[in-house]
Design a protein around this ligand. Structure first.
Ligand SMILES: [Zn+2]
Length: 436
């Protein structure tokens, strides 16, 4: 095959302990193995290569182990056995080629920040890390809409974004926060959903239970009443929008599922009864393990600064919580609850890493029993379905958007391979090409 190879030469988490740095859990932690794996996957993240863009008006062909993927104008135009004579090709035969990854729960604006430049840097890092589509579930002053539009216009590099803007929340202690649209009463809930819809959001997010309750298990706790949650779901669906609920457990979780939300975020303190509800209503759970793990690490370290007796009490508490949250998630998975891939990055700081750390979610989900193959499906075709975009993204098929990545060749056995994309194409544009 006489073809020119065009390789380029450069080719609210609500944590009350403040912003400590991510550190390993102490040896006494039941999650020591998790910690090691996390550190390992952080360590394996490659340094960024300089981004190189190529013109893509003419078709390019990606040679994979099984087929040749033709791409033009941002779309997969052909799947064939051979590239045409003289065509521009990229030889990815030594790698595993996958659809671009999809993160169902991100915050491009870090908690507490309204710095658009910082968000732009993060958007770029998500893309370089192989994430070509993200759902942003909570942004101060609805800034994520501007980010989404800037990316769509081509003014900013980043994954295709879907956004919820502000989080609709009934907790009076959050009233006045940039991130929160505080509501009280059914009418105000409807009004808030309408406002978000009119602004042009893609999803509605409500908060119905909070991690703040984790020190006090009050199963009757909810941030919004049954009527308020039902009104939010009704109003969102009336506007053709999907709605998700931030819910860690308790009554707020139960009411949200029963009211018909499309998804639950977190579920950290759910019970068997919550699992049964998820199954009964066929509701997807996005467990955001990385966010929980991160905040748990912070809490454990903060606890160590307390007087010994108090520290022991706190450590015991958090260790028990860690064991139980992992156990109940395993039970949910084994029971057949649909699990979605979402990192909650942004609620968890990036710590200046140039590469987005969404990938840590894979490692943590593998540790609760999901196989690399299941995880890859979750973060590609499964996530596309969650977003209602299953006819456009998440698969390498003719007519689909040309969101394509290549990773080292054992991704279905070693999920950390996904931390090392050597090639990233987004909407047909070459974002990264480290293939030699
Ligand atoms: Zn979040």
């Amino acid at each position: 095959m006489a073809s020119t190879t065009a390789h380029t030469q450069q080719a609210k988490s609500g944590n009350r302990f403040g912003a400590l740095l991510l550190t390993c859990l102490p040896a006494l932690s039941p999650c020591g193995a998790q910690s090691e794996a996390l550190e390992k996957s952080l360590g394996e993240i490659n340094t960024l290569q300089e981004r190189v863009e190529l013109p893509h008006q003419n078709p390019v062909y990606l040679l994979t182990q099984d087929e040749v993927i033709g791409v033009q104008d941002g779309t997969i135009i052909s799947i064939t056995e051979q590239a045409p004579q003289g065509a521009t090709t990229f030889d990815l035969t030594a790698y595993t080629v996958l659809p671009g990854l999809i993160d169902l729960h991100t915050h491009f604006l870090q908690t507490g920040s309204t710095d658009i430049d910082e968000a732009a840097e993060q958007a770029s890092s998500y893309l370089e890390s192989g994430f070509t589509t993200c759902l942003d579930l909570g942004s101060p002053n609805n800034l994520s809409l501007q980010l989404r539009d800037a990316i769509e216009r081509g003014d900013m590099k980043g994954p295709e974004l879907l956004v919820s803007g502000k989080i609709i929340c009934g907790d009076p202690s959050r009233d006045g926060e940039d991130l929160i649209r505080y509501v009280t009463g059914v009418e105000e809930v409807r009004q808030a959903v309408r406002e978000q819809a009119e602004l042009g959001v893609d999803w509605i997010k409500i908060a119905t239970s909070d991690p703040g309750q984790c020190m006090v298990h009050d199963e009757s706790y909810t941030m919004l009443s049954k009527e308020e949650i039902e009104a939010a779901v009704d109003e969102a669906h009336k506007h053709g929008l999907k709605i998700t609920a931030h819910a860690h457990g308790s009554l707020g979780f139960e009411l949200a599922v029963k009211a018909g939300v499309d998804r639950i975020e977190h579920g950290t303190f759910m019970t068997r009864a919550h699992i049964d509800l998820l199954l009964e209503y066929d509701t997807t759970l996005v467990p955001t393990r990385f966010a929980w793990f991160y905040n748990y690490s912070l809490a454990v370290h903060a606890a160590k600064k307390e007087p010994p007796a108090q520290a022991r009490k706190l450590l015991e508490f958090y260790n028990d919580e860690a064991i139980e949250s992992e156990r109940i998630l395993q039970e949910a998975i084994q029971s057949g609850v649909k699990i979605g891939f979402g990192s909650d990055l942004g609620a968890v700081p990036h710590l200046g890493e140039k590469i987005a750390r969404n990938i840590n979610e894979f490692t943590l989900l593998e540790q609760v029993g999901l196989t690399p193959k299941q995880l890859i499906t979750m973060a590609t075709s499964g996530a596309a379905e969650e977003l209602g975009l299953e006819d456009h993204i998440g698969k390498l098929e003719v007519g689909f958007e040309a969101d394509i990545i290549a990773v080292p060749n054992n991704a279905d056995k070693d999920i950390t391979s996904l931390t090392m994309p050597v090639f990233v194409m987004s909407d047909g544009e070459i974002i990264k090409d480290d293939v030699r």
